[in-house]
Design a protein around this ligand. Structure first.
Ligand code: CU
Length: 393
């Protein structure tokens, strides 16, 4: 039997190309073949890097400079209780602590981090979120800002996702600044998210809660006392919540978290601010301002400081991220400081939350007309704690 010359052999052993690839449907196979053909044609057209008939080189598993990870962590993708009818998913360092946003990832330039992602989201849930029946079922981890190879891209296109019940290790490299080549390094404020749930861009995974903040520090960067991630998204949402649902702080015992932005006066508070979805937003905090630099801080003489704009409002497009550091209550004191999108119809619709600044002893002084301490969280808000507060389609 002679196979046509163009045809890939089907009876020989498949070439090993790293982690096991999930079975794919016929239409996906055809699509991938077309993509592969286009890639080969493109490479040949670009100067013939493809070696006809030669064995394909394995894609690198890790970025250069990242021979072995400095640190390894586990991350779980799980289904969380629904928000009304909305399916909610979250990443967690344990399945029990999964949340949206997921845990803040912190790295230092030069560090190589291995993250093993376990997909514990039920198959039926992933099927319910799928927009195309030929799209594979799985979750993934896709990072902004840091370095990773194709095998850690977290996409269906590169088969770097995690089918239900399985796991996969992603490697991120916080490349250092290289003064010889001019590479600026990776220090900054970034985010990570799913890129597979629902469709090829993970739109359903993002909308369900699979996202989190990532900060890469440079040696000598100021260290915050608290870090909060605020993801400004569609339907006037902050971390997929609106209005009273954005703020569930219990003043008798405030527990910092995705719905309780709290700090003591004098603490250095860091925000990782992310734009997600289809809308433009702005990030504004009352009573506080910051330098529009990589870290939100600036030092030097007055003349040097004057080279940098000091702002209290910053525009945010989809996929953008930045960070700011403020000293809570500095000069202005404790209080319930509004934090909101400044597009008026967004803030009017509930795209607004509160940074609660306690005094140095951790108490909220009376006054201000917004004291939760004597009542259950949300009970004193003009808006009911449930109805109209959550984000619904
Ligand atoms: Cu907005």
């Amino acid at each position: 039997m002679t196979a046509p010359a163009w045809r890939l052999t089907e009876d020989g052993p498949a070439p090993e190309t790293g982690p096991a690839r999930p079975a794919r449907s016929g239409s996906t196979t055809r699509r991938m073949f077309v993509v592969a053909a286009i890639v080969v044609v493109t490479l040949l057209g670009a100067g013939g890097f493809a070696v006809a008939g030669g064995a394909a080189a394995l894609l690198p598993e890790r970025p250069e400079g990242c021979a072995s990870p400095d640190r390894s962590i586990k991350l779980y993708a799980v289904e969380l209780p629904r928000d009304g009818n909305q399916i909610r998913l979250g990443y967690g360092l344990t399945p029990e602590t999964a949340s949206y946003p997921g845990p803040t990832m912190e790295m230092t330039e030069g560090e190589c981090l291995a993250i093993t992602l376990y997909n514990q989201v039920p198959v039926a849930t992933l099927e319910a979120l799928r927009t195309d029946p030929t799209h594979p079922l799985g979750v993934s981890l896709h990072a902004h800002g840091v370095k990773y190879t194709q095998l850690s891209d977290g996409t269906a296109q590169s088969f770097s996702y995690v089918p239900p019940g399985q796991s996969r290790t992603y490697t991120w490299f916080a490349q250092k600044r290289n003064r010889t080549t001019g590479t600026p390094g990776t220090a900054g404020y970034w985010w990570y998210h799913d890129h597979v749930v629902g469709g090829p861009h993970g739109t359903k995974g993002l909308g369900a809660g699979l996202f989190g903040g990532l900060v890469v520090r440079r040696a000598g960067d100021p260290k915050p006392d608290r870090t909060y991630t605020t993801v400004f998204g569609d339907q006037q949402s902050i971390n997929l919540r609106r209005g009273a649902a954005t703020d569930t702080c219990d003043y008798a015992n405030p527990q910092p978290g995705p719905t309780c932005l709290v700090a003591k006066k004098g603490e250095r508070v860091e925000f990782i601010v992310v734009g997600m979805g289809n809308d433009m937003h702005t990030f504004h905090v009352h009573g506080h301002s910051w330098a529009d630099t990589r870290t939100g801080t600036v030092s030097g003489t007055n003349a040097e400081v004057d080279q940098v704009p000091i702002i209290d409002n910053k525009t945010l497009g989809p996929g953008d991220s930045f960070g700011v550091q403020i000293i809570a209550g500095e000069s202005v004191g404790p209080g319930h400081w509004m934090l909101h999108c400044h597009m008026q119809f967004h803030s009017d619709a509930g795209m607004s939350t509160t940074l609660h600044v306690l005094d140095e002893n951790g108490n909220m002084p009376p006054g201000g007309g917004h004291d939760h301490a004597a009542a259950p969280a949300g009970a004193t808000d003009a808006e009911p704690a449930v109805a109209g507060a959550h984000q619904h389609k």
